[in-house]
Write a protein that binds this ligand. Structure first.
Ligand SMILES: [Zn+2]
Length: 401
């Protein structure tokens, strides 16, 4: 089967599908229009399609009709495409830009279209597959833990056989040249936490600050001290990152507020650090609060675990990418990427790999264009067919008879 030729032949339709999805971005676990479109696109394929009970997921099973080689068990491969968008008004300037206040700013529209393409490619060659493919169309990757919801819906039992291998792709509009596949063995993406902090003081008149207990100055000191807390508590190889992304307190210039609050994202590659993170943040925040005569509540809420690629699966993925696209189109980065992903939940259950696919706009400098999650992010939709070929190639490579 020449997957790349077949994928290139369906490129115009996959680009059209990606743009259709781009126009109707939906956020979170409830994506009714996106789900409807995916179901429509899968119609006519020899798939067993089911929809989620807890979320608007779509799971489709393709039964290969090839006979396994003598003495070999048939296996099952899971392929994931996430379908959700972000709650930001689009500023990309594309003529298919969304106008509903949400945006496919992380490129999940390309992932969904790519997985539809993989389902079509593999369906056309099911006689060559000795085993099953499970297509996981997932809502709620962006902070809603949609993968966990789908695991709870029975994702891994859908085909009647637990998947033996799992793969996903993520497009990147910056850094990576278009069409370059990137993947590494071991930790690929960081674990994430949210640090939630509320400082309780005593409000009063801004003209007499000595009579109140000002939570705003205490919170401001906490925000800057958190950076020092990290570098003075963890060595640089622990890879701990803290970014305070929200800070609020008070209502007017001349009023001392009763409370101030902030939230930080915390990232690390080392899940074993969690108790120590709690201890360090608690110690610094309590100490600053005591100095200001205020009190502080702190919560460190776990987000997604680190995404860890199985070493053998990473090597297999590299081989498939090189065979499909050529030796120079695969790259193994030295370091993990600092984002996080709920595909990590699947990889905790099934050995597999998450790969990146360069999707920057032709002619632009990959170092200068906006990144994922920017309202100005633009993706080259034509790489969708390569994504489809790669996902199909990974499944076909594992199930080839
Ligand atoms: Zn994403």
């Amino acid at each position: 089967m020449d997957l790349l030729d077949d994928a290139e032949a369906m490129r115009p339709d996959l680009v059209r599908l990606r743009e259709d999805l781009h126009r109707i971005p939906e956020v979170g676990l409830d994506l009714p229009r996106t789900q409807e479109q995916v179901l429509e696109e899968l119609q006519g394929l020899p798939l067993e399609v089911s929809t989620g009970t807890e979320t608007t997921s779509v799971t489709a099973v393709l039964r290969g009709t090839g006979e396994p080689a003598e003495g070999q068990e048939p296996s099952t491969v899971l392929l994931r495409g996430d379908m959700d968008a972000l709650p930001i008004p689009e500023g990309s300037g594309e003529d298919f830009a969304a106008t509903n206040g949400a945006m496919h700013a992380c490129g999940h529209d390309l992932h969904t279209a790519g997985l539809v393409g993989a389902a079509r490619l593999l369906s056309a060659h099911r006689d060559r597959l000795a085993g099953d493919v499970v297509f996981m169309f997932q809502p709620g990757e962006e902070g809603y833990d949609g993968a966990r919801v789908m695991l709870g819906e029975g994702l891994l039992e859908t085909s009647g056989r637990r998947p033996d291998h799992a793969y996903a792709l993520h497009v990147v509009p910056h850094r990576l040249p278009a069409g370059l596949v990137s993947g590494r063995a071991g930790t690929t993406l960081f674990a994430s936490y949210t640090l939630e902090v509320t400082v309780h003081g005593t409000g009063g008149h801004g003209a007499t600050p000595h009579e109140g207990r000002d939570p705003v100055v205490a919170a401001a000191e906490m925000v800057s001290t958190l950076q020092t807390a990290v570098t003075r508590s963890f060595d640089v190889f622990s890879s701990v990152i803290v970014t305070v992304g929200r800070l609020s307190g008070g209502t007017s210039a001349n009023i001392i507020a009763d409370t101030a609050s902030f939230e930080a994202t915390v990232r690390t590659t080392n899940a074993g650090l969690e108790p120590r993170l709690r201890e360090v943040f608690g110690r610094y925040l309590e100490g600053i609060a005591a100095a200001h005569g205020v009190s502080v509540d702190m919560r460190l809420v776990p987000g997604y675990p680190a995404t860890v690629n199985d070493a053998a699966e990473a090597e297999f993925s590299a081989t498939v990418a090189r065979e499909l696209f050529g030796e120079r189109r695969f790259d193994s980065p030295e370091h993990p990427t600092q984002g996080s992903e709920d595909f990590s939940r699947v990889l905790q259950e099934v050995p597999g790999a998450l790969l990146f696919l360069g999707a920057h706009i032709p002619g632009a400098d990959p170092a200068l264009v906006p990144a994922n999650h920017s309202p100005r992010a633009r993706f080259d939709g034509s790489v969708t067919s390569q994504g489809a070929a790669l996902l199909a190639g990974l499944a076909a490579g594992r199930l080839a008879r």
